[in-house]
Design a protein around this ligand. Structure first.
Ligand code: SF4
Length: 198
């Protein structure tokens, strides 16, 4: 048996429910967040649970905490006071670099193809066309927001393009989304101009 203390900062929780998927005995759905089952409120949005777990359950508890993308869950071994899952983000070994890139000199065309992005104001959609060859569209994806469009392109259509090309797609989709919602002009590759209302 292992005595563990689970600590949950509900304030940090973004509600992706990853903890629930791993450890459904400790975590239950609560609207856009989760609750720690039998968690004791320690003030504010902090909840704790101290309990003995058998080896298998302890593994699940730890894994449920480790999958949290925002470090909202911590696990401490009560006997040794060791932090098994830390809530603090460690800076140890962190490498900090200044970003550098000169688009005029360093840009390279992706040989796999290129995107044509536009907004359909009538249907309130963003439309992305991919051309494998010049002026020949081989795939069109329409959607309401950047997330569903790039997830479709990356994970469903499995378009094999360069990583920087995917990053470019995300940037342009966000611009198109803002332009659509703010009723301003969208021109692919140009900066948004909030004075250009449509
Ligand atoms: S994994 Fe973390 S962020 Fe996601 S629901 Fe659980 S506590 Fe919240």
């Amino acid at each position: 048996m292992k005595k563990l203390r689970i600590k949950f900062d509900k304030n940090l929780c973004i509600g992706n429910k990853a903890c629930m998927a791993v450890d459904s005995e400790r975590w239950i759905n609560n609207d856009d967040k989760v609750d720690l089952v039998d968690g004791k409120n320690e003030g504010g949005e902090i909840y704790t649970l101290e309990k003995e777990f058998d080896e298998d359950d302890a593994k699940v508890v730890i894994e449920g905490a480790e999958v949290c993308p925002v470090n909202a869950i911590g696990v401490v071994d009560v006997e040794t006071n060791e932090d098994i899952v830390k809530m603090e983000v460690s800076e140890e070994g962190n490498k900090v670099v200044n970003a550098e890139y000169d688009d005029d000199k360093e840009f390279e065309v992706d040989p796999k193809g290129y995107f044509l992005i536009k907004v359909d104001r009538e249907d309130k959609k963003i439309e992305v066309a991919f051309c494998e060859k010049p002026n020949e569209v081989s795939l069109t994806v329409r959607g309401d927001n950047p997330l569903e469009i790039y997830q479709t392109i990356i994970n469903k259509e499995k378009l094999e393009i360069r990583k920087d090309h995917y990053a470019y797609l995300g940037k342009e989709l966000e611009k198109a989304f803002i332009a659509l919602n703010e009723d301003i002009e969208y021109v692919q590759d140009d900066e948004l101009d909030f004075s250009k209302k449509v």
